[in-house]
Design a protein around this ligand. Structure first.
Ligand SMILES: [Zn+2]
Length: 780
C-alpha cells in the first residue's frame, strides 16, 4: 500500500465536506463542457490516491457535477447516467472506502491531540450513542445518505435489506430501486396511530409477505421521492413510529433508517441499482410531478387523460438513441462545435440496464434483422410442438409462416417479397428490410410487468356485456403486452374511429394491469365507442358477441398499417393463399395477427351445380348449436358449422336466376387466438341453454381445418364470456385464466374472485377464447 499523505485539509469530515461545493458559475455551463469537467475531475481524483482528502473532495465534486448535469439537463438525465455509469460506480466505491479511512484518521488525530471533545460527524446521532463504538457508524443513526445505502448494499447481504418506498404506486411501477427487497407503501396509507399490523392489511399480496418478515431484515430503509429530512414529513414519521413504537415486542430501533434525498438522489448516484424507465420516457417529469400524480380519482370524477400512465414507446426509445448519437447541445456556437469533436471520444455509450426491460427493446437496440429463406420450415417444429419458441429465429420463422403460409412443397408456389432491385429470386425469399418487425413477434418477446390484471370493472348501467368482453381481452396476453409495451400514439388517426377506440382500450388495459386498486370505471371507453355507434351510447343491454365483433373491427382499423410493398407471386388461388396475401397487404395490425383467420365459402347451385367460391377473413367462428338435445360437444357444433346449409334465393350466375343452393364452409387458416361464438340466440330472441362441452386444455382443431398449413392445431382455453338469463334481462360475466398465476377467476363487473376450473364449462358459456398451445413464451 502506498503511503498516505498526512491529513492537511481538514480536521473532520464535516470540515472536509465544506470543500466540496461547486462554484455557482458551473450551473451556467453547457452539458458538453460539464461532461468534460467531470471527466477531468474524475481523472485527477484517480491520480491523487495518496492524498485521501483531496481524492475525497475531487470524487465528491465529480458526483456533484454529474448530479448538476442531470438536474440542469433533465431531459437527458438517463444518458448522463449512462455515460457516467462506470465512473460513478468506481467513484462511490472509492468514496466509501476513503471516507471510512478518513473518519478513522480524523478520530485518531483528535485523540492524539488529546481532544476530549466529541468527534464531529456529519450525520445526526440518536440515543447519545457514539458512532465510533460501532463498525458501521450508521448503525445507530436514524438517517442514512444515498452513498451509505450504496455502501450497505455492497457490504451487507442484500436479502437483509428492505426498502419501504412511500412514493405513489404509479411512480413506483415506473421506476424503483431493484437492488434488494422493496415494499411500496404509498403515503396515503400512512395515518396517525398506524401500527405494523394495521399497515399489513393495507399492503398488496407480495408486499404483505415481505412486510410479515420485516423482523428478519437487518436494515429497513424508509424513502420517498426526495425528502431530505424525515422530521419534515409527518406521514414518514407515522411509518417510522409504526415500526419503532407500534411493533411490539420487537426493537426495530437499530435497523430503521430514513434515506436522505430519497429515491431521486439515490437514482442519480446509483442509477444501475434502479429500474430507470422514468428517465427514459418522462423527460419532463420531476419530483413534484411524480408525487402529484393523482392515482385513483373517485369514479365520479374520472379523468382518464390525467391519469394516463406514460409507457416506454419504442419510437421514443429510438428517438432518444438518435438524439444521443447526435449529442445534445443547447446551441450551435463554434466553441461547442469544437468540443463536440473532443467529447465524442470521451463519452461512453449509454448503458441501460436491460435486465429490467422487456427484451423487445434489446431488439430495437440491436436492430435484429434475421433474413431467412422461407424453406427453413418451422411447421414441422410446430406440429409436434412440445418446445417453446425459445429464440428469436423460431419466433421469426413462426411469424413468417403465419404471414406467408409456408408450403412443404417448394415448387408449388412462391410467395415473394420483392426487394428494391427487382431481384426475383428463384427460391422464395423474404426481404424484411422494408418491413418492420411484426407486432406479434414484438409482443411475444415482451413480458407483462406491473399488476396482476385482477381488477373489476364498475357497471355503468347494463354494461356487463362490455365488462365481460373487456376482461377476456385483458386476459389475452399478447394483446395486453402489446398495449402495455409496444402500442404508442402512432396509430391510424385516419381510421373510421380516428384511432380513439384503440387509445381508449389501451387505457382500459393499462388501468387493469398496472394499478393496484381493485376496481375501475371505464366510462371514457364507453363514451368513445358510443360516439361511433348509437347502440353503445345508451344504457341498454347489448349482445357481447356483437360488441366484440365491432370492437375488433374498429381496433383493427385503428391499428392498421398496410404493407403496400408486399408482392404476392405464385400464391395458390385454390387454397386462399392469394386472397389472404392480398388481404394482408391492406390489413396488417396486431388484431389481424392475433385474431383473424380465413374461411372458404362455397355456394353451389342445387340445379346446375355451378360453384362460387369466396374466401373470407373472420375474427371469430359463430357456431350453431344442434337443435335436438340439451347436451352436445364443441366438436358437434364445429361439425354442424362445416356441414353446410341450404340457402334459398341465391342468384346463380349460370342459371341467371334465383335458385336454391347449398353453402359449405371450410376453415382454411386459424389464428393464434381463436374466438368461438356459440349461437345461443335465434333471430327471434329465443335462447338455447344447451350444455356445450368444450375442452379447456386440448381443443384439437386439426379435424376441422382444410388449409394447407401444417402447424400446431391444439388450443387451450383462457377466457369465457358467459351469459345468464334471457337476451333482454340477462347478465354477462367472464371466466378468465390468469396465466401468471395459473388460476381461473370470475369477473362479475366489479367483483373478482378465484374459481375452480371445474365450473368453467357451463350452459352459460357464450363466447370461448382459445389460445394456440405453446404460443406464449411463458406457458407451462
Ligand atoms: Zn345454377
Amino acid at each position: 500500500m502506498r503511503n498516505k499523505k498526512d491529513i492537511h485539509i481538514a480536521s473532520s469530515m464535516d470540515e472536509l465536506e465544506t470543500h466540496i461545493k461547486l462554484p455557482d458559475k458551473m450551473k451556467d455551463l453547457n452539458l458538453l463542457i460539464l461532461n468534460e469537467k467531470a471527466e477531468q475531475v474524475f481523472n485527477k481524483a484517480k491520480n491523487n490516491y495518496e492524498d485521501e482528502e483531496k481524492t475525497y473532495i475531487l470524487l465528491m465534486k465529480y458526483c456533484e457535477i454529474v448530479q448538476l448535469m442531470k438536474k440542469q439537463f433533465n431531459r437527458d438525465a438517463s444518458y448522463i447516467a449512462g455515460m457516467n455509469k462506470f465512473h460513478l460506480r468506481t467513484a462511490i466505491t472509492m468514496l466509501t472506502h476513503i471516507k471510512e479511512s478518513l473518519e478513522n484518521r480524523y478520530e485518531e488525530k483528535a485523540k492524539q491531540a488529546n481532544n476530549k471533545e466529541q468527534i464531529k460527524y456529519s450525520k445526526p446521532k440518536v440515543n447519545g450513542v457514539r458512532p465510533n463504538e460501532e463498525k458501521n457508524n450508521f448503525e445507530f443513526e436514524s438517517t442514512i445518505s444515498n452513498k451509505d445505502l450504496f455502501f450497505l448494499l455492497q457490504n451487507t447481504k442484500r436479502s437483509k435489506i428492505c426498502l419501504l418506498d412511500t412514493r405513489p404506486s404509479d411512480a413506483f411501477q415506473d421506476s424503483k430501486i431493484t437492488a434488494c427487497d422493496v415494499i411500496n407503501i404509498p403515503k396515503e396509507n400512512l395515518v396517525p396511530g398506524l401500527t405494523a399490523d394495521l399497515l399489513k392489511n393495507k399492503l398488496e399480496g407480495s408486499f404483505q409477505e415481505k412486510w410479515i418478515k420485516r423482523h428478519s431484515y437487518d436494515y429497513i430503509v424508509i424513502l420517498d421521492q426526495g425528502t431530505e429530512d424525515i422530521e419534515g414529513d409527518l406521514k414518514l414519521i407515522y411509518l417510522r413510529n409504526a415500526l419503532l413504537q407500534w411493533d411490539p415486542p420487537y426493537d426495530n430501533r437499530k435497523k430503521v433508517k430514513f434515506l436522505r434525498g430519497g429515491y431521486e438522489d439515490f437514482s442519480y448516484v446509483c442509477p444501475w441499482e434502479t429500474s430507470q424507465s422514468a428517465g427514459l420516457t418522462q423527460p419532463n417529469s420531476d419530483a413534484e410531478h411524480l408525487s402529484d400524480v393523482e392515482l385513483e380519482p373517485e369514479p365520479e370524477s374520472v379523468k382518464p387523460e390525467s391519469k394516463r400512465v406514460q409507457y416506454p414507446s419504442l419510437d421514443s426509445m429510438q428517438n432518444d438513441l438518435l438524439k444521443f448519437q447526435i449529442k445534445p447541445t443547447d446551441s450551435s456556437s463554434e466553441e461547442e462545435m469544437d468540443t463536440q469533436e473532443i467529447t465524442s471520444t470521451l463519452i461512453e455509450p449509454p448503458v441501460f440496464d436491460r435486465s429490467t426491460k422487456p427484451s423487445i427493446k434489446m431488439n430495437q437496440f440491436n436492430k435484429v434483422e434475421i433474413i431467412k429463406p422461407l424453406y427453413n420450415i418451422n411447421d414441422e417444429l410446430d406440429e409436434e410442438n412440445n418446445e417453446l419458441p425459445n429464440n428469436i429465429e423460431q419466433l421469426e420463422n413462426r411469424q413468417l409462416s403465419i404471414d406467408n403460409n409456408i408450403l412443404e412443397n417448394e415448387d408449388s408456389y412462391t410467395l415473394n417479397y420483392k426487394n428494391k432491385e427487382k431481384d426475383f429470386c428463384p427460391i422464395p425469399h423474404v426481404d424484411r428490410s422494408t418491413k418492420p418487425l411484426d407486432d406479434l413477434l414484438k409482443v411475444s418477446k415482451t413480458q407483462i410487468t406491473g399488476g396482476d390484471g385482477l381488477r373489476g370493472l364498475l357497471n355503468l348501467g347494463n354494461t356487463c356485456y362490455m365488462n365481460s368482453i373487456l376482461q377476456c381481452l385483458s386476459s389475452t396476453e399478447d394483446l395486453v403486452k402489446y398495449f402495455i409495451n409496444v402500442y404508442n400514439e402512432f396509430i391510424n388517426h385516419e381510421s373510421r374511429t380516428k384511432g380513439l377506440v384503440a387509445r381508449e382500450l389501451s387505457n382500459v388495459i393499462k388501468n387493469l394491469w398496472t394499478t393496484s386498486d381493485r376496481s375501475f370505471l371505464c366510462h371514457k371507453f364507453k363514451e368513445t365507442i358510443g360516439e361511433f355507434k348509437d347502440m353503445f351510447k345508451h344504457y341498454d343491454q347489448q349482445d357481447s358477441h356483437e360488441f366484440l365483433t365491432i370492437l375488433l373491427d374498429w381496433l383493427h382499423d385503428d391499428l392498421n398499417e398496410p404493407v403496400d410493398n408486399r408482392i404476392i407471386l405464385g400464391a395458390s388461388k385454390e387454397t386462399g393463399e392469394e386472397d389472404w396475401g392480398h388481404w394482408t397487404k391492406t390489413n396488417n395490425s396486431i388484431i389481424q395477427q392475433l385474431f383473424y383467420g380465413q374461411q372458404k365459402s362455397t355456394v353451389s347451385c342445387d340445379t346446375c351445380f355451378e360453384k362460387s367460391i369466396t374466401f373470407e377473413p373472420f375474427s371469430s367462428l359463430s357456431l350453431p348449436l344442434p337443435s335436438e338435445g340439451n347436451r352436445c360437444t364443441l366438436a358437434d357444433c364445429l361439425q354442424l358449422y362445416l356441414n353446410g346449409e341450404s340457402i334459398c334465393g341465391w342468384h346463380c350466375p349460370k342459371c341467371k336466376c334465383s335458385r336454391d343452393a347449398t353453402k359449405k364452409l371450410d376453415i382454411m387458416r386459424l389464428p393464434p387466438y381463436l374466438i368461438i361464438h356459440l349461437k345461443r340466440f335465434s333471430s327471434t330472441g329465443y335462447k338455447k341453454n344447451s350444455n356445450v362441452e368444450f375442452p379447456k386444455t386440448d381443443l384439437n382443431m386439426s379435424n376441422f381445418i382444410n388449409g394447407i398449413e401444417h402447424r400446431n392445431w391444439k388450443y387451450s382455453l383462457y377466457g369465457v364470456s358467459n351469459h345468464s338469463g334471457s337476451l333482454d334481462g340477462g347478465h354477462y360475466t367472464a371466466y378468465c385464466l390468469k396465466k401468471l398465476k395459473n388460476k381461473w377467476y370470475k369477473f362479475d363487473d366489479v367483483r373478482v374472485y378465484e374459481v375452480d376450473s371445474s365450473i368453467i364449462c357451463s350452459s352459460e358459456a357464450y363466447i370461448l377464447f382459445y389460445c394456440r398451445k405453446n404460443l406464449l413464451m411463458f406457458e407451462n
